[in-house]
Design a protein around this ligand. Structure first.
Ligand SMILES: Cc1cc2nc3c(=O)[nH]c(=O)nc-3n(C[C@H](O)[C@H](O)[C@H](O)COP(=O)(O)OP(=O)(O)OC[C@H]3O[C@@H](n4cnc5c(N)ncnc54)[C@H](O)[C@@H]3O)c2cc1C
Length: 494
């Protein structure tokens, strides 16, 4: 359907991104949409490949290549190219429950596997998806999906992140009575209290939740299952329970001085900031946490980048971001060919803003913290950093990062944010349900299956696969819902 030579005729063009000065003055989204004509041209760059890797979603060299939801990417691009956005929305809805989330936050596995990307810039599929779903909302095309018939079966979903929401949405559409339990004060999981507002405006979550409520899903916030309500009560009341509690056990940095005041886990910090913004309707910023401080972000990944962007908006004096691993190459190495996920240097929005504000990229590679130094009152004042060098472990063949003796140096630090990853799910939930976890403390199931070691108890999302991506969480939630439906009804039409 797309123009056959569009990829030769048009260069990739992305929507306008507001400049650093303008966007760092607030917490609003800063990616604008292209006008319709240019959007259609961008969709025409899709080559409608015979074998579309973009929608494959398979694991290659331990990393996903293409969309895990198997979105029908060339078909959708083709419809966008012709301006048939309503049909594109219906095509997208076949595979995807919440495109409005992924079109804002997904690292776009589809684009990394796009054939255009072998020699040129890939098709702008993520922005095309945004055009489709926002058009659908603007034109009242997104239904509330109330079921015509109720099955009489009851399902509890514990956790309201993207995996829990995706499972709840499909099961309710099928006619089961669904209740979502969330321990926080608002729905959304890390969509709400992890990913900052400038990346995903929280009104986008509220818009979806309103539709889900209208369709009959019950949301209960402020209830911590396993603490406020025992597992046995849920098992008694519901036919099935899906645990979608995330992988919220943060990896700590255990070095001398860790008890200094001024050290936070990144997710706690980001959650505090968003809560304050939402509680005050964006009228008050929690500047006191960051203003004028020397910030040290430990972790060079996406969460660390979100901390950098947030701290810039809150007036940090200076930001350093530590990354243990060596600096990645600027382009793909021969050992990392297309369509593998590209392991290349990425300069994300937070780093761009730091370069604009402080004059240099905040990342320090092959570096970690050896010690935190406190003042007399117990407040953090400095950190001792140490350089790392890669060394191959003889037995496992794996690369380990070894501290270089004599490379220690002290830097000022009055706020530390630990963004060093996660160590699986929290035990009180798995203990309460008496279900097993695997060696990585994720909930144990058979491969490709969502049933835990206990009958009628299922799992999905980060709690199942470990810290991952929104797109995977949605895929897991949808798949778990299909399995629950099949086990309840003997077959599934989902
Ligand atoms: C800071 C940060 C930024 C990220 N940015 C991106 C990004 O840009 N793009 C991307 O694709 N991915 C991103 N991710 C990863 C992504 O957010 C997660 O992979 C995804 O949210 C996992 O979804 P989930 O539903 O499995 O769990 P979560 O989103 O973690 O939701 C789990 C929910 O369960 C609730 N819960 C837990 N235990 C209980 C209980 N006992 N009772 C009741 N409720 C409970 C929690 O409060 C939480 O709300 C980011 C992660 C972080 C930490």
């Amino acid at each position: 359907m797309s123009m056959k030579t569009g990829y030769l005729r048009y260069e990739r063009m992305d929507g306008t991104v507001l400049g650093e000065e303008e966007r760092t003055g607030n917490f609003q989204e800063f990616h604008l949409r292209l006008p319709e004509k240019q959007r259609r041209e961008q969709a025409q760059r899709c080559m409608n490949c015979g074998v579309p890797f973009c929608q494959n979603g398979t694991m290659i060299s331990g990393m996903a290549s293409g969309c895990p939801l198997h979105n029908l990417v060339p078909e959708i691009n083709g419809l966008v190219a012709c301006g048939r956005l309503e049909e594109a929305y219906h095509r997208l809805s076949i595979t995807h429950s919440f495109p409005e989330f992924t079109c804002r936050v997904c690292p776009a596995l589809c684009e990394a596997a796009c054939t255009c990307g072998v020699h040129d810039a890939p098709v702008a599929t993520k922005e095309n998806e945004k055009e489709v779903i926002e058009y659908a909302f603007e034109h009242g095309l997104v239904p509330d999906e109330s079921p015509k018939v109720r099955t009489g079966k009851k399902v509890a979903v514990v956790g309201s992140g993207p995996s829990g929401l995706a499972a709840a949405n499909l099961l309710n559409r099928r006619g089961h009575d669904v209740t979502v339990y969330e321990r926080k004060d608002r729905i959304g999981g890390l969509l709400r209290y992890g990913i900052p507002n400038m990346k995903l405006d929280k009104s986008v979550i509220d818009r979806r939740i309103r539709l889900m409520e209208k369709a009959g899903i019950r949301f209960i916030t402020g209830i911590d299952v396993g603490k406020d309500v025992p597992a046995s009560a849920l098992m008694k009341e519901y036919d099935s329970v899906i645990l979608a509690c995330g992988a919220s056990n943060p990896r700590d940095i255990q070095v001398p001085g860790r008890d200094a005041r001024g050290i936070f886990f990144a997710v706690d910090f980001l959650g505090m900031v968003t809560k304050k913004l939402l509680d005050t309707d964006f009228k008050e910023y929690p500047g006191e946490l960051v203003e004028g401080k020397e910030v040290l972000v430990i972790g060079g990944g996406d969460t660390g980048n979100d901390c950098v962007g947030t701290c810039i908006r809150l007036g940090a004096k200076r930001i350093r971001q530590l990354e243990m691993m060596p600096k990645p190459p600027e382009g793909r190495l021969p050992s990392n060919p297309w369509p593998e996920w590209p392991r290349v240097l990425k300069v994300d929005y937070g780093q761009e803003e730091a370069i604009w504000k402080y004059g240099s990229d905040p990342r320090m590679y092959q570096t970690t913290v050896k010690e935190f130094v406190k003042d007399k009152q117990g407040h953090l004042k400095e950190a001792v950093l140490v350089s790392l060098r890669p060394e191959r472990d003889e037995k496992s063949g794996r690369i380990r990062m070894i501290p270089e003796e004599g490379s220690e140096k002290k830097v000022k630090a009055s706020l530390v944010l630990i963004a060093a990853g996660f160590l699986g799910c929290e035990h009180y939930v798995t203990d309460s349900f008496s279900i097993s976890t695997d060696a990585r403390t994720n909930v144990k199931t058979e491969p490709g299956n969502y049933l835990t070691t206990r009958k009628n108890v299922y799992t999905a999302g980060d709690m199942h696969r470990g810290q991952s991506l929104v797109v995977w969480a949605i895929a897991e939630g949808q798949n778990a819902a299909r399995q629950v439906d099949e086990d309840l009804m003997g077959y599934s039409s989902l």
